[in-house]
Design a protein around this ligand. Structure first.
Ligand SMILES: [Zn+2]
Length: 125
């Protein structure tokens, strides 16, 4: 930014020119300039979605593995969010917890399913 009267460079935010003392006409900020909030690398809602999917699928016997997958995605998203944005918000916290539950329950249910199927196969041999 330069002084209207003498052309000296004026630091942004200064009220007067340091060279000649002329008051600086503050050009208003462009009202049409788009304002981009610092977008987090990971959307909190996507973490919540993964958590909900993980919890929804983790008890569906044959699709419990989807709980593991969604849970793993949700957990890694929550981790990435925490790394870039710090303190997790409600959605992130809820999504992270549900992802963990879905992940663990999904593993347990899938493990039981595998054992039951294995036993059934062995008994039928
Ligand atoms: Zn000046």
């Amino acid at each position: 930014m330069y002084c209207d009267r003498c052309g000296a460079e004026i630091p942004a935010g200064a009220a007067f020119c340091a060279n000649c003392g002329a008051p600086v006409s503050q050009a208003p900020a462009d009202p049409y300039a788009p304002v981009y909030p610092a977008a987090p690398a990971v959307k909190p809602s996507s973490i919540l979605t993964m958590g909900i999917l993980a919890v929804s699928f983790c008890c569906t016997v044959y699709f419990a593995f989807l709980g593991i997958i969604f849970g793993a995605i949700g957990k890694s998203k929550a981790k990435a969010y925490a790394a870039s944005c710090g303190e997790p918000s409600g959605q992130v916290k809820a999504g992270s917890i549900m992802s963990k539950i879905g992940f663990i329950v999904g593993i347990v249910v899938t493990a039981i399913l595998v054992v039951v199927l294995a036993v059934a196969i062995i008994e039928n041999m």
